[in-house]
Design a protein around this ligand. Structure first.
Ligand code: FE
Length: 345
């Protein structure tokens, strides 16, 4: 277990990457006692950097984590405070909420930090990650077609071009820009009705939030014109996925969501199955591990679309090949282009 001073030093380094210094106004947003250690350490680190920092702490509502039911909804004074600063550290999880968009549209940059301290200590942000993400982003911006294949039978094609690219490298130093520490990966989404083919979610792939499972028995998705037309598989995993998606009673739940790949050498594929800290994690290791293909289902509002279904599953696929207009980006789970690759990996 780290001492407080270790955590303060780590958070200070993170805030320096976010260009926090003398006179920067910074709000730490939290609920009740949740992540109180994170909040204390961020305030101490900000104080060492001579920033003007304060905490906006509000009472936790049941089920407030992520999305439309968050605790900030309807709290005008708290919203006003968060919109007036240079930077917000979100210890709650405002992702996908209207409140988050309203805050970042008003100017503050925002950093989401909800992983356990042990995970943050292992996955320290650095500018090299940003360079590799921006190299990937430039390729993605030019691409018209993304194709994924796998030894297990995946062969699916995305037509690209309409939606924005999400870049995550674990820190943010630009006004209005959101990021999440930790995790290094990037993504976009297909044009409307632009995904067709077969996705095999194979043994060892992961079904993340709200379920947190490694798949044991493969699941085969048939995708037609951007929608899941069939979920095949005789095992428990396929049955759970069918039941979970049906529970939303929403045809838009079956849409294909963001697609991209992970570039984080510190994220671990095996984390969720081997580390006790995973009990308090949202699965950033799975989303970000180096060479994963991050497939997902449900909404596309994150990249500029209008599907806001609440049924969203991130599904990191291991050992796949991903090409952009025929050029290999990931080959059997290894990153190919020099500008994204880590030497020796
Ligand atoms: Fe997602």
């Amino acid at each position: 277990m780290a001492t407080d001073s270790d955590v303060v030093a780590l958070f200070r380094q993170e805030l320096e990457l976010c260009d926090v210094g003398p006179g920067t106004s910074l709000a730490v947003f939290s609920e009740g006692d949740v992540r109180a250690e994170h909040a204390r350490a961020f305030l101490a680190a900000a104080s060492e950097l001579e920033a003007d920092a304060f905490q906006v702490n509000i009472r936790k509502k049941p089920g407030s984590f992520f999305g439309p039911g968050n605790s900030l909804k309807g709290n005008a004074p708290a919203m006003a405070a968060l919109k007036r600063v240079d930077m917000v550290v979100d210890l709650v999880g405002l992702l996908w909420s209207k409140e988050q968009t309203e805050i970042t549209d008003a100017g503050p940059r925002m950093l989401l930090v909800i992983e356990p301290i042990e995970v943050l200590q292992r996955m320290v942000s650095n500018p090299g990650d940003r360079r590799r993400i921006e190299a990937g982003s430039a390729r993605l911006a030019r691409a018209k077609e993304l194709r994924i294949t796998s030894p297990g039978g995946t062969d699916v094609t995305y037509r690209l071009g309409d939606y924005r690219i999400g870049e995550q490298y674990g820190y943010t130093d630009e006004p209005g820009r959101w990021d999440h520490w930790p995790g290094v990966f990037l993504y976009t989404a297909a044009v409307e009705e632009g995904v067709d083919g077969t996705v095999v979610i194979d043994t060892g792939d992961q079904l993340l939030l709200p379920t947190m499972r490694y798949v044991v028995d493969p699941i085969t998705l048939t995708v037609e014109r951007g929608m899941i037309a069939d979920i095949a598989g005789a095992g428990l995993d396929a049955e759970l996925l069918r039941s979970f998606m049906a529970s939303y009673d929403d045809p838009r739940a079956y849409a294909i969501s963001h697609i991209g790949w992970g570039l984080d050498p510190r994220a671990r594929w095996d984390f969720m199955g081997t580390d006790p800290a995973a009990a308090n994690s949202t699965g950033q290791d799975g989303r970000a591990f180096y060479g994963n293909v991050l497939f997902s289902t449900g909404p596309n509002t994150e990249v500029g679309g209008d599907n806001d279904t609440l049924c969203h599953i991130d599904i990191p696929l291991k050992g796949c090949t991903l090409t952009l207009d025929g050029e290999s980006i990931v080959e059997n789970g290894r990153i190919v282009p020099d500008d994204m690759r880590i030497e020796g990996r």
